[in-house]
Write a protein that binds this ligand. Structure first.
Ligand code: HAM
Length: 423
């Protein structure tokens, strides 16, 4: 026998049993984005490679190691999107969305691709719910974005979430801070890991979120960025914190939070949860006031977030969050032979037109086997159709939960189910 194929490493099938979680998430996304005034934008799954190189940043892990990049048949370098933000900005610029009333609020959802080392909660194809608000500097928008993330998880009934918040400054104040950070780290080059020694030359901020044990005592003592924020960044951060506090949205100040994408300015945040192994970030985002200009648009501020949906589902399962039941077949028709099936199909068709889910026993199996199947499929009612029913013009309807049976004339069958199933 030929070897059976498996899904590629780092990908997963979303099986029928899991679909109810995804449907619930979709409903919450639709509802929430409407309430917050966001409009949906679908961008292509692949973009020209330079968009991500410039947008996400050459020195990031995503661009250096994780992109699915290939040449298409026309010799163009194409990349499967490793995040939404750069593509959404490209679309905003391309379609002149700056002329729309600001803020322009756009949301998207769909698959994302990163060539990472797979582990619990970390995939090579995963899905994000992404939201971006463009065209305003006001920290009210940072609050709204964070609040939307909050309400997303609140509506999904999550418990024990932790909102991590930081400001990483702007091009005015960050260089000063980085200089300070560099000189601090230069006294610790023999203690820190090899990666951090490399970061000293190319990505200083990422020193702060190194996970290696040997680097932790150094990070603990590193100067926090708050002390170096310029007046504008400090005012922005202070106002955001006031809004969060006024709304009762508790958060943890985390001066180590720097995020893995280069476009952020001022606010950065993450939502952490338990139940997904070491991958505890279920959502992340922040402000990126220079990104649109970097990608060829007019200077336009922006702020947004993305929630990882596989991780969201994993936590829903871990926290035993109840989800609305998948609709089970309401009526199962057990048929004795082909003539009975022919008659049953007339009723099944009419019941389905009314939105009532029906199933019929196939394959000429015995009544016993068909009843067993009705049970396994958790049908609410079983209708028996055989010689005697066809002759008498009446059917037996069994309510599976209680076992009660009743006789119903064939011509009243549809009305009967309309009544008992309230359709
Ligand atoms: P990110 O933090 O790279 O941000 O990703 C957002 C979320 O996607 C993470 O918090 C995590 O839940 C999920 N995620 C990331 N990588 C994986 C993976 N390999 N497997 C499963 N889930 C994963 C961004 O992508 C930014 N574009 C967010 C943003 C939007 N910032 C501003 N606007």
């Amino acid at each position: 026998m030929a070897k059976a194929f498996q899904s590629p490493k780092g990908t997963k099938d979303i099986l029928p049993e899991e679909q109810a979680y995804w449907r619930m998430i979709e409903q919450v996304m639709e509802d929430l984005t409407r309430v917050f005034g966001f409009q949906r934008l679908n961008t292509p799954i692949f973009e020209d490679t330079p968009l991500f190189q410039r947008g996400v940043g050459e020195a990031t892990d995503i661009v250096e190691k994780e992109m699915y990049t290939f040449k298409d048949k026309g010799d163009h370098s194409i990349t499967l999107r490793p995040e939404f933000t750069a593509g959404v900005m490209r679309s905003y610029i391309q379609h002149g969305m700056a002329s729309r009333p600001t803020p322009v609020k756009l949301w998207s959802a769909g698959p994302i691709f990163r060539y990472e080392r797979p582990q619990a909660g970390r995939f090579r194809q995963f899905h994000q719910f992404n939201a971006e608000a463009l065209g305003e500097q006001d920290p009210v928008l940072d609050f709204e974005i964070m609040d939307m993330a909050w309400q997303f998880y609140d509506r999904l009934k999550f418990k024990n979430l932790s909102f991590q918040l930081n400001s990483i400054g702007c091009p005015d104040c960050r260089p000063q801070y980085l200089k300070r950070l560099k000189s601090f780290y230069q006294n610790h080059t023999s203690t820190i890991c090899d990666d951090c020694n490399k970061r000293l030359d190319k990505n200083l901020l990422r020193l702060l979120d190194c996970k290696q044990d040997q680097c932790q005592p150094v990070i603990e003592k590193a100067p926090p960025i708050y002390d170096h924020l310029c007046d504008d960044c400090l005012d922005h951060f202070t106002r955001l914190r006031h809004y969060l506090e006024a709304a009762g949205r508790t958060y943890t100040l985390n001066h180590r939070l720097v995020r893995g994408l280069d476009y952020y300015t001022k606010t950065v945040f993450e939502v952490w949860a338990e139940g997904i192994g070491s991958q505890n970030a279920v959502c992340g985002g922040g402000r990126y006031d220079g990104l649109i200009e970097l990608l060829g648009g007019k200077p336009t501020p922006g702020v947004g977030f993305a929630a990882g949906l596989e991780r969201t589902v994993m936590i829903m399962q871990h926290q035993n969050i109840t989800i609305p039941e998948m609709r089970k077949p309401a009526v199962y028709f057990a048929c004795q032979h082909a003539d009975a099936q022919k008659q049953a199909l007339i009723y099944i068709t009419r019941l389905r037109e009314l939105g009532i889910p029906c199933l019929m026993g196939l394959g000429g199996r015995s009544f016993k086997a068909q009843f067993r199947e009705a049970n396994r499929r958790e049908a609410a009612y079983t209708v028996t159709l055989g010689d005697s029913e066809l002759e008498s013009g009446s059917l037996t309807i069994k309510e599976m939960r209680t076992g009660t049976q009743e006789i119903c004339p064939l011509e009243q069958l549809v009305d009967h189910f309309k009544t008992v199933l309230n359709c």
